[in-house]
Structure formats: structure tokens, C-alpha cells
Design a protein around this ligand. Structure first.
Ligand SMILES: [Cu+2]
Length: 129
């Protein structure tokens, strides 16, 4: 009788172990697939903002959440993108000529930004779900 109970307890522990193993494996697979899909989507829908003659072009962009935007500095002058909105937004290092900066807008909102060195250089990105 005692042996039977121990046997059943061992079976239950094994069963739970197998269940968790299978569950975690499918969970990891789902997470990986989601990441791959996200990467593919943003790679396809990436957009470019050219920095030229002390201006962002286009200065206003309407995009879907998850879109990647790359800024390219075509000026000889250095520029640096900083966010003006309250929410976290694009924030680059100092961009010398031909340097690029990429930011993925994950959340919906109205994101205003400007050049840190030249306050008259402004741009905005309107992100919808
Ligand atoms: Cu600038």
C-alpha cells in the first residue's frame, strides 16, 4: 500500500515535470516567432528622414506603431536629435556627415523632436496603432 502511494506520487511529479517542459518549450517558440515577425515588419516598413540644409525632410511623418525611422545627416554640419515631447522619443548621439540614427516608434502618439544644436530644426512623427 505504501509503495503504491509513493509510486503514484512519483508519477504525478513526473507528469507535472513533463507538462511544464512542453508548456515552456511552446512558450519560448511563440516568443521567438513574435520577435522574428516584429523584426520583419519593421524592416519592411522602415522610413528615412534626410537631414539636409539644416532641415528634416520630411519634417512630418505619419506612421503605424512599430515603424522604424532612420535619420541620415547629409549636411557637413553636425546635428543631434532630441525629443521635445514628454514621452520618450528619438534621441541620437552627435551625427556627423553621413551618420545615421534609427529609432522604432513602438507606441501611438505625437512625437515632436528637434536638433539639439539648431533649435529651429524641428520635426514631428505622428504614430497611430
Ligand atoms: Cu542641427
Amino acid at each position: 500500500m505504501k509503495n503504491t502511494i509513493i509510486f503514484i506520487v512519483v508519477l504525478i511529479i513526473l507528469g507535472v515535470g513533463v507538462y511544464y517542459f512542453v508548456f515552456n518549450k511552446s512558450y519560448i517558440n511563440n516568443t521567438m516567432n513574435t520577435n522574428i515577425n516584429t523584426t520583419d515588419t519593421t524592416a519592411e516598413s522602415g522610413m528615412v528622414v534626410n537631414i539636409k540644409d539644416f532641415a528634416f525632410n520630411p519634417s512630418t511623418l505619419n506612421i503605424k506603431a512599430g515603424t522604424k525611422i532612420t535619420w541620415i545627416n547629409n549636411d557637413q554640419a553636425q546635428h543631434k536629435i532630441i525629443s521635445v515631447s514628454d514621452e520618450a522619443g528619438p534621441s541620437s548621439d552627435v551625427l556627423s556627415q553621413n551618420d545615421t540614427y534609427t529609432y522604432i516608434f513602438k507606441k501611438a502618439g505625437n512625437f515632436e523632436y528637434r536638433c539639439s544644436f539648431h533649435p529651429s530644426m524641428t520635426g514631428s512623427v505622428v504614430v497611430t496603432e
